[in-house]
Structures are given as structure tokens and as C-alpha cells.
Design a protein around this ligand. Structure first.
Ligand SMILES: Nc1ncnc2c1ncn2[C@@H]1O[C@H](COP(=O)(O)OP(=O)(O)OP(=O)(O)O)[C@@H](O)[C@H]1O
Ligand SMILES: [Mg+2]
Length: 328
């Protein structure tokens, strides 16, 4: 009779322990579920921020790479834009690119007008002189009993001025219109020789000394455009040595997959204050110069994937260094 309650207590303890164990297990499962739920929830919340941010950075990267400011982040038609901050960032970015695009258009319009203003000054100045000379020559031609010698001189003058006018028009056009390159495989050394001959034909001055590397015999480039650039620089160099019989060297070298062309002269050199402006359109220190020779050369070389730099010491001379890819 007395053993009954003892057994009952023992049973209830075991049951108590068992139910405690069940509670523990239950708590453990709830804990694990809570952690899982928290992870899933925080992941979902994070996704509402990271997905829009990824979309924003994708467009930013694209704009940075292409410079295309018309690219926009599409904010409205997607349910990924749950995060208010990300939406704000995206719309601010879109407004920013709109503003930059507008400023760029305004700037280029202003630059075009300034450029047109300077161009008309150059044209007015450059074209008026030859026209005056032609007019004076025609006046002479109208004189009665004109000697054959005088007639020949006057006609030569007119011819010279027409050539000058044509050159001015060509230079302005070369600078103003976009360049369409026509690539071909060329012997760069042959091109240098031809350019030297063309520069020598442009007026009195020294012969151009050639120091050519046989390794640049096969280069892919636009020969016609490159020739224009080289002639412009060789004419400048011959001009700078001012009547000396030597002092202009044209030098080519292959260096890795790049071709180096150097035009060096032992001429007057360029003042440091002027050196920074020699590639500015219309910068000239010459009477009758258009100041477009070097800007045209720079446009061509950079359009061919190359670089052009100038260094100069007053009284010692000037060196123009061009680096071009061997295969453009
Ligand atoms: N080799 C050089 N030595 C000294 N000065 C130079 C040399 N090359 C260019 N310059 C300077 O740079 C200026 C600009 O040269 P650029 O060829 O653009 O125009 P320009 O020679 O004045 O005119 P254009 O080429 O139309 O006859 C020149 O006026 C001159 O002052
Ligand atoms: Mg020049």
C-alpha cells in the first residue's frame, strides 16, 4: 500500500523531465526557425536595396564607359524599387545626367560660336590680303601697252594668291569637318620621304635629313591624312630654322607595337608661354599663318590612335614626337 505514492512521484518526475525535454526541443526548433526566418527576411530586405543599387551601378558603369548621357535608370516599371532611398538615388542620377547633357550641349554651342567668331576673323584677315593683291594685279593688267615681263609677273602673283586662298579654304575645312580615316598598309618610310619632298617644295629652306628605321616599312594607317600632318610639321620646322641650310631631321623607330616619328629642328624654339598654345586652333606667331597646322596634325594623329607631344628650348630648337600604333 505504501509503495504506490512513491511510484507515482517517480512517474511524475519522469514525465516532468520528458515534458521539459519536449519544451527544450520545441524551444530549440523555434530558435532555429526564428534564426532561419530572420536570415530569409534580412536577405529579402537586403535584396530590395542591393538589386536597385546593382541596377544603378550597371547604368553608371555604362555611362562612364560610353559617355552616353541619354542612358537612364528605369525606375517606375519594376517591383525591385521597393527601397525609397534607392529610388531617390536613381532619380537623382537621371536628373544629373540630364543636366550634364544640357550643359554639354550649351557648352558646345558656345564653343562653336566662339570658334566661328575666330574663324571668321582669320578668314576675313587671310582672304582679304590675297584678294587685295589679286585686285591690284588685275588693275595692272588693265594698263595699256603692258610689257610681256610685267604681264608674266602679275599673272604669277595672281596664281600664287589663288594657291594661298585655296590652301586657307582646305585648312579650314580639314579642321572643321570630322575626319573619315581610310586605313591601308603602308611603308611609313616611303611616306616620310614623300612628305619631306612635299615640305621642301613649299618654299625655301633646308633639306630634311631622314633617319629611317627599316622596321617601320609595314604600318597600317591612313597615309593621306598622316602625310598632311607630317608636311604641316616639317613646314613649321623648316620655317623655324629660318634660312639655315641644315637643321631639320625626320626620324622613325619601331618600339614594341608602336611606331615613333620625331621631327626635330635646330631652329628658334618656342617660348614657354607659347608652348602650351601651339595646338590651340588659330594660335599663330606668323604673318599669314592660319594657326591650324598643328591642331590639324593633332586631330589626325589622335584619330589614328596615337599621341603627339612637343618640347622646345628657345634658341636650341623644337622636337615633335608622334607615337602611333603599328596597326591602327
Ligand atoms: N618647329 C617649330 N619651331 C618653332 N615654333 C613652332 C614650330 N612649330 C610650330 N611653332 C609655333 O606654333 C605656332 C602654330 O603652328 P601651326 O602650324 O599650328 O600654325 P602656323 O604655322 O602659324 O600657321 P600655318 O600652319 O597655317 O601656316 C606657330 O605659329 C609657331 O609659333
Ligand atoms: Mg604651320
Amino acid at each position: 500500500m505504501n509503495s504506490g505514492p512513491v511510484v507515482l512521484i517517480l512517474r511524475s518526475r519522469t514525465e516532468q523531465l520528458r515534458s521539459l525535454e519536449t519544451i527544450h526541443k520545441g524551444l530549440f526548433v523555434i530558435g532555429v526557425l526564428a534564426v532561419l526566418l530572420a536570415t530569409v527576411l534580412s536577405f529579402a530586405v537586403a535584396r530590395t536595396i542591393t538589386r536597385p543599387l546593382a541596377a544603378i551601378t550597371d547604368v553608371m558603369r555604362e555611362v562612364a564607359a560610353t559617355g552616353d548621357l541619354t542612358q537612364k535608370i528605369a525606375v517606375r516599371h519594376s517591383n525591385r524599387w521597393d527601397d525609397e532611398d534607392a529610388r531617390l538615388l536613381a532619380t537623382t542620377f537621371n536628373t544629373l545626367t540630364d543636366s550634364i547633357g544640357r550643359f554639354q550641349r550649351e557648352m558646345s554651342q558656345k564653343e562653336r560660336l566662339t570658334s566661328l567668331g575666330r574663324l571668321s576673323t582669320v578668314i576675313a584677315h587671310e582672304v582679304r590680303n590675297p584678294l587685295m593683291i589679286i585686285k591690284a594685279s588685275l588693275h595692272t593688267l588693265r594698263q595699256p601697252n603692258l610689257g610681256a615681263d610685267v604681264m608674266r609677273d602679275v599673272v604669277r602673283d595672281i596664281d600664287g594668291e589663288v594657291v594661298r586662298l585655296n590652301r586657307i579654304v582646305n585648312e579650314v575645312l580639314d579642321f572643321a569637318r570630322p575626319i573619315h580615316f581610310e586605313l591601308a598598309s603602308v611603308d611609313l618610310n616611303a611616306l616620310c620621304r614623300e612628305s619631306a619632298i612635299a615640305a621642301q617644295a613649299s618654299g625655301p629652306g633646308p633639306e630634311v635629313e631622314l633617319d629611317l628605321d627599316p622596321a617601320v616599312a609595314d604600318v597600317t594607317t591612313d597615309p593621306e591624312r598622316l602625310r598632311i600632318a607630317l608636311v604641316n610639321m616639317l613646314v613649321n620646322a623648316r620655317h623655324a630654322v629660318n634660312g639655315n641650310r641644315t637643321g631639320v631631321v625626320l626620324h622613325t623607330r619601331l618600339s614594341g607595337d608602336r611606331v615613333r616619328i620625331v621631327i626635330a629642328d635646330r631652329g628658334a624654339g618656342i617660348e614657354p608661354s607659347e608652348l602650351a598654345h601651339v595646338f590651340d586652333p588659330y594660335f599663330t606667331t606668323k604673318r599669314g599663318g592660319t594657326g591650324l597646322g598643328l591642331p590639324i596634325a593633332k586631330n589626325i594623329v589622335e584619330g589614328l590612335g596615337g599621341t603627339i607631344t612637343v618640347s622646345s628650348v628657345v634658341g636650341r630648337g623644337t622636337e615633335i614626337r608622334i607615337e602611333l600604333p603599328q596597326r591602327t
